[in-house]
Design a protein around this ligand. Structure first.
Ligand code: PHE
Length: 335
């Protein structure tokens, strides 16, 4: 039995060391350690060994089993290491890697997020409408007659079917009033389009933020208070304001707002258009809704609109508005 065991150990370890792959290795495991394997068979033979020899033979048997198990484990590790080595063959792992780029939000998105946050604190909800609009929503309902220059083909992008790219986000005022009754308190950020000559300060597409507040007894004081609070939150408590009388077809009275703030370079800057909703706008919404939900005798409101691109340019000292749409990583990574 002793010599049988010695021979088995020698034969098994040699065969295992020469196994070419995992399949061959598994076959050898079954051959020696499996249920009808050689070592298992010898274990069963222990009952025929003379009692005096049992401790010695038993110990030897255990040693052989341990040696074969260890040989199987070693060969398995060696085969795995070889496979790894083959997988990396020809790859120079000392070359510097390519670092994954970490993105940031676009500077206009960052400004927009802050602006939305401030209006939400004042109870404004987000509203939106389509970029491709009807003439009704962009002009007629906003009391803008057919001969108004904004409707000129040279100023606006028209589709063949008469629809157009909205020239301002004021369309969302109409969209919102068509589907909800007062009181209304919404902001509507989004793209607006004009046929502008593209240069360092003009793009054919820009970003506006619209606001609309309709309730009982809303006054110019509410309009001023809301806008001043908003712009002071955004640009600092040192901001000063001028409300200059202006004209918009859909508000009466109308104003342009100028701001002076150190965050914006300390110069007077025209930033927004605003005014009290013209009763004619309420009437055209009523006609469309076929009701009198926006009775101008009962409800008053204010509206405002401003562009974000120019503010973002000043805040981030961007010299050319075209950087915002050039999609250049070297520019975007700075924010
Ligand atoms: N829609 C106007 C513009 O684009 C801005 C505005 C909005 C003015 C709301 C008054 C009220 O110039």
């Amino acid at each position: 039995m002793d010599s049988q065991l010695d021979q088995l150990r020698a034969e098994a370890t040699a065969a295992i060391a020469a196994a070419a792959d995992e399949t061959a290795l598994e076959q050898l495991r079954v051959k020696y350690l499996g249920q009808s394997g050689a070592i298992t068979a010898l274990s069963k033979g222990m009952k025929d060994v003379a009692p005096a020899d049992k401790p010695r033979v038993g110990k030897l048997l255990n040693e052989v089993r341990a040696a074969v198990t260890a040989a199987l484990d070693n060969r398995k590790s060696a085969l795995l290491a070889n496979a790894d080595k083959a997988a990396f063959a020809g790859v120079d792992v000392t070359l510097p890697g390519i670092a994954p780029g970490v993105g940031t939000l676009h500077p206009i998105t960052q400004l927009l997020d802050r602006a939305v946050g401030i209006f939400r604190r004042m109870g404004f909800a987000l509203a939106d409408g389509p970029d491709i609009e009807t003439e009704f929503h962009c002009f007629d309902a906003l009391n803008t007659p057919a001969d108004h220059p904004a409707r000129n083909e040279q100023d606006t992008f028209y589709f063949d079917d008469g629809r157009l790219l909205r020239t301002h986000t004021s369309t969302v005022q109409i969209r919102t009033m068509e589907t909800s009754a007062p009181p209304i308190r919404i902001i509507a950020p989004g793209a607006a389009y004009r046929r502008d000559e593209i240069d360092a300060t003009h793009l054919a597409q820009f970003t506006q933020m619209e606001g609309l507040y309709v309730d009982e007894g809303v006054s110019v004081a509410d309009l001023k208070g809301t806008l001043e609070f908003f712009f002071r939150e955004l640009f600092g408590p040192d901001a000063q304001f001028r409300f200059r009388p202006h004209f918009f077809p859909f508000t009466e009275p109308s104003y342009e707002v100028d701001i002076k703030a150190s965050a914006l370079g300390g110069k007077w800057l025209e930033i927004a258009g605003c005014g009290m909703v013209d009763p004619a706008v309420f009437e055209s919404v009523n006609a469309r809704r076929c009701d009198t939900a926006f009775d101008p005798e009962k409800w008053t409101g204010f509206a405002f609109g401003f562009g974000l691109d120019r503010l973002a340019m000043i805040l981030s000292t961007v010299p050319d508005i075209r950087y915002f749409t050039a999609n250049d990583q070297r520019f975007l990574a700075q924010f």
